[in-house]
Each structure stands twice: as structure tokens, then as C-alpha cells.
Design a protein around this ligand. Sequence first.
Ligand code: ZN
Length: 137
Amino acid sequence: MRALRPTVDTKFHIDFRWWEKQNRDIRVFMLDHLCPECGDAVGSLSEVTMIDMVDSEAAEVTRVDAIWEAIRACCSLKPGYITPNTPLLDSIFRLFLANGNRPLSVLELYERLDRRPPETILRVLTKGRVYLGIKPV
Ligand SMILES: [Zn+2]
């Protein structure tokens, strides 16, 4: 059976298995996305602990990294987290960090970014190498 070809309705997310396979630590990468205040507060990576994240919509509690929670609850809300100059793929990665990695379709990414047509986003996400683990769900 042929794999289904992704469309603008295909949902994408950050695939953490990709990071594991690449032997890359997504937490190190996330540090770059902290605002200066959180960067100071988080301290060294070895001190960072897991905390409970409460999803108010789903009323679910998930164990997440303190770095990620800082991005979600603080840094992603500040101006400059995603700017018109942020490269498209980086913007998409930042969106997933900000929303707790809830899967989004290409159309939903387009609505949130309001920059490139959905077809362009789909092409960027599906052609060439996987970027920062952003893959179809
Ligand atoms: Zn912050």
C-alpha cells in the first residue's frame, strides 16, 4: 500500500523520536528560545526539572520540561518570539513549542502565521530533509 501523500489538511507536530534518533537534545535547542528573564531564571540545564503542566482546555496534567513550560507560558507570548523575519520553518517549530506540540494542519499553520500560502508551507514541510523533527502525525 502506498503511503498517503500529505495534503494541506495533514496534521504535523514535532516528532521527539526524530530528536532521539539524531542524538540531539531538544532541551538544549529550546534554551535559545527563552526570553532573557527566563534564561536567567532557568539556570543551568542540569538543574532544570520536570514540572506539571495543566492544559486548561483539556483539563489534563502533563509532565513537561520546565524550559518548555517557560516558553509556553511566558516567552512565546512576548513580542519578538515569532517575527516577520523568522524563517518559515523556525516559525512553525516555535508555534509547536508555544502550543504544547498540539498537532496542526498546514491550513492551521497558515492561519496562525499568515505569511506564505498553504501550498508553499506544505512543500517546505514535505520536500527535502526533516527540519527540527517537524513531521506528519
Ligand atoms: Zn520568558
